[in-house]
Design a protein around this ligand. Structure first.
Ligand SMILES: Nc1ncnc2c1ncn2[C@@H]1O[C@H](COP(=O)(O)OP(=O)(O)OP(=O)(O)O)[C@@H](O)[C@H]1O
Ligand SMILES: [Mg+2]
Length: 206
C-alpha cells in the first residue's frame, strides 16, 4: 500500500507472488485495484502460474476470508492508491498480516508515510486484535551508490518503522516487467524481501 499512484505496488505484488510461488507456497494474488496496469491484467497477459482474483471492494475484509479458506499459504493484496480509494485500502489493512509500503528513498515518498501510519492506526481500531498489521517499508527504485538511500533508511527506522534489508534497484528489469512472465523472482531482491517478511511474521509470533 501507499498514498499515491505509481509507487511500485503492482510490481511488488507481482514479484512477491512469484517469489512465494517459486518457493513452493500456494499463492493467491488479490487485485484490489482493478484499474490501470493491474495485477489481474498482468496475470492474464503473461499467464502467471498462480491465480489472481479481482476484489476491488471496500468490504474486502468480509469477503476475502471465505474465499481464501485454507486453500492458500500466502495471499498478496495489490491495493489502489489510498488517496483515491481509502476505503478499499483500509479494508485490506483490516485482514492483512503484513502491510508493505514500497517507496523510493525520496523526500516526497518519505512525507507520505504518515498517511499510511494513520490508515494503519484506523485499521487497528477495528481489527479484532486491536493491533495494526506488521508494517514494513520496502525501498524500491534505489539508485546504485546514492548516499540518500542510507539517510532515508535511518530516517524511517528512527520513526520506529521496519525497513526491510532487501532493497529493489531502479532497474530496467522491473520497469519493463508488467505483462511479461516473471522468472527467477527468488533470485531478485523480491526473493530476499519475501524471506524477510516470513521471518518478520515468525519473530512476532514468537
Ligand atoms: N524497481 C523499479 N525500477 C524501475 N521501474 C520500476 C520499478 N518498480 C516499478 N517501476 C515502474 O514504475 C511504474 C509504476 O509501478 P507500479 O505500476 O508497480 O506502481 P503502482 O504503485 O502499482 O501504480 P498504481 O498506483 O498506478 O497502481 C511502472 O512503469 C513500473 O514498471
Ligand atoms: Mg498498481
Amino acid at each position: 500500500m501507499n498514498l499515491k499512484g505509481g509507487s511500485g505496488k503492482t510490481t511488488t505484488a507481482g514479484f512477491l507472488c512469484a517469489a512465494f510461488h517459486e518457493a513452493g507456497m500456494r499463492v493467491l494474488g488479490v487485485d484490489a485495484d482493478g484499474e490501470n496496469e493491474s495485477l489481474q491484467g498482468w496475470q492474464e497477459a503473461a499467464d502467471l502460474p498462480f491465480p489472481v482474483i479481482t476484489l476491488a471492494v471496500s468490504n474486502l475484509h468480509k469477503q476475502l476470508p471465505g474465499i481464501v479458506g485454507d486453500r492458500y499459504d500466502v495471499v498478496v493484496i495489490d491495493t489502489p492508491p489510498m488517496k483515491a480509494q481509502r476505503g478499499t485500502v483500509l479494508s485490506a489493512a483490516r485482514v492483512a498480516t503484513h502491510a508493505i509500503v514500497p517507496m523510493a528513498p525520496t523526500p516526497i515518498e518519505f512525507d507520505r508515510l504518515s498517511a499510511v501510519r494513520e490508515l494503519l492506526a484506523d485499521a487497528a481500531d477495528v481489527r479484532p486484535d486491536g493491533q495494526p498489521p506488521l508494517f514494513a517499508v520496502l525501498l524500491t527504485r534505489v539508485k546504485p551508490r546514492a548516499a540518500s538511500t542510507k539517510v532515508y533508511r535511518e530516517l524511517i527506522t528512527d520513526e520506529g518503522i521496519t525497513v526491510l534489508n532487501a532493497q529493489v534497484g531502479h532497474l530496467e528489469r522491473f520497469a519493463q516487467a508488467w505483462g511479461d512472465p516473471i522468472t527467477d523472482a527468488t533470485r531478485s531482491a523480491y526473493g530476499d524481501a519475501a524471506t524477510e517478511l516470513l521471518d518478520l511474521g515468525e519473530e512476532n509470533a514468537a
